[in-house]
Design a protein around this ligand. Structure first.
Ligand code: 4AD
Ligand code: MG
Length: 447
């Protein structure tokens, strides 16, 4: 038997003595009573020290214990609906407390509001705070649910390289490095092209790893290092792809609701919004979306708003456009059939409309916007080669990729899902930087 229990197990120990190992998150002293909010990594629980139950020395130690001290508590569990904590509703009556380390008194992340730059400079400590802890727990569940659904639905996990010889999503956002005598190499922006090779060996695959974008975007949706899931499927067209996406996203939402409702409640998330996330999701063509946005633009009378909403067919959506489209539904919405000019080189042209491609973005509701981007891939060798030439891409670097269209080419499709964007949306928080433990943005590589 373990020598201690975790906060998540506490409901099984009502009326029993237990040992908890953790850290002092907060303390309120009320005369003969001290209320300790203790965290152990799995949750937060209220522990109560009553002077009459303890030696005077121990009660004195407890009432002088600095925030973040590491401690081992022995006590008895009782149910108390009012007791704070995550999940809350339980209280531990302290019988003994051992101090493992009494924390220095100058803890920088005292429990008050800190400016975001200060908090980010102290990210190594900030992640201990309830809100950040809750978001990162949701992230872990998003990732676990993602793998679970794919593994249970016939997908093979493949790891694609991080160090790559050429751009795959446009050349402007590459991190470059010298690679011995081979010249320049780049950090992967996507594993997609390698997964396109993988499907011809394994049928349905996914990679799930860090990707890198040297984008100068300073928005609340952009990181320079983020974790992308990328499924890729042989014998799959655009409709088949949308079905995979909506099944996966619905599964993630259901798992997060099942396993992380305490964290979401702490974050103030309206759970009914997540309960709506059930397949099928609405589908809208780019043409219809463009028509709607142009009407909105024309109707808008506020000059400032009008400027942001400016739209004409052929443009990519900006954040304000995505926000308007997501307002139409209480579920994520697929927008498909974008102009080829605003999308990557590898997308299959729309039959009979070469200016449009078989691409699809999934936009999350409540203004969260793009969470997945994908397409059917160009399957003809001739068309792909022509496109590579047209884009001025180095043909030699894509020789292996072109080979895939020579030896058993099939219609195939795939998409990428941004872990941090999905997590931010699930949590109802503002900025993707809080959805990863140590965010990398254009202004930040520390800590
Ligand atoms: O739309 P993107 O750029 O698509 C690709 O990279 C494709 N190769 C994926 C594929 O088809 N296999 O990126 C996919 C998703 C976006 O929808 C977004 O959720 C996320 O990755 N993403 C970012 N997340 C955080 N910070 C950034 N800078 C991101 N760029 C993309
Ligand atoms: Mg995209």
């Amino acid at each position: 038997m373990a020598d201690h229990i975790s906060v998540t197990q506490i409901s099984n120990y009502i009326g029993q003595d237990i040992v908890l190992k953790g850290w002092l998150y907060n303390r309120t002293d009320k005369g003969k009573l001290a209320f300790l909010l203790v965290r152990d990594g799995t949750g937060f629980v209220q522990c109560v020290a009553f002077k009459g139950d303890l030696t005077p020395e121990l009660f004195d130690t407890i009432t002088h214990l600095p925030q973040e001290s590491s401690i081992i508590i022995t006590g008895s569990v009782r149910e108390d609906k009012r007791a704070p904590g995550i999940p809350g509703g339980f209280e531990v009556g302290i019988k003994d407390l051992q101090v493992v380390q009494s924390a220095d008194l100058d803890y920088p992340m005292a429990l008050k509001d800190h400016g975001v730059d200060f908090a980010l400079d102290h990210r190594h400590l900030w992640i201990r705070m309830q809100s950040q802890w809750a978001i990162l727990r949701v992230r872990a569940t998003v990732m676990a649910a993602t793998r679970e659904w794919l593994d249970n639905n016939g997908f093979i996990a493949m790891d694609t390289p991080i160090i790559t010889p050429a751009a795959a999503e446009g050349t402007t956002t590459l991190f470059e490095t010298e690679y011995f005598d081979e010249g320049k190499a780049y950090l992967a922006q996507t594993g997609q092209l390698y997964n396109e090779a993988n499907i011809f060996a394994f049928g349905k695959v996914y990679c799930f790893g860090p990707t890198f974008r040297a984008e100068k975007s300073k928005t609340r949706r952009h990181l320079t290092e983020f974790w992308m899931l990328e499924p890729e499927i042989a014998f799959c067209d655009l409709d088949g792809l949308m079905e995979v996406e909506e099944q996966l996203i619905s599964h993630i939402a259901a798992r997060v609701l099942r396993d992380r409702s305490a964290e979401l409640k702490f974050l103030g998330r309206d759970l009914s919004k997540l309960e709506n996330i059930k397949a099928p999701f609405p589908r809208m063509s780019y043409d219809d979306a463009a028509k709607y946005l142009i009407e909105l633009y024309e109707k808008e009378t506020d000059p400032e708003k009008k400027d942001l909403l400016k739209f004409e067919w052929g443009m990519d959506f900006g954040a304000p456009h995505e926000t308007e489209l997501t307002k139409l539904y209480d579920k994520p919405v697929f927008v498909y059939g974008y102009p080829s000019a605003v999308k990557a080189f590898y997308m299959e042209p729309w039959p009979g409309r070469p200016e449009v491609c078989k691409s699809v973005d999934l936009l999350a509701p409540e203004g969260y916007g793009e969470i997945c981007g994908g397409s059917e891939r160009m399957s003809s060798h001739e068309n792909l080669l022509a496109r590579i030439h047209k884009e001025g891409l180095p043909e030699e670097a894509f020789q292996w990729y072109l080979d895939l269209r020579k030896y058993g080419s099939v219609p195939h499709s795939g998409f990428g899902m941004g872990t941090e964007r999905v997590t931010t949306w699930m949590c109802g928080t503002e900025h993707v930087r809080e959805a990863i433990a140590f965010p990398r943005t254009i202004k930040r590589v520390y800590p």
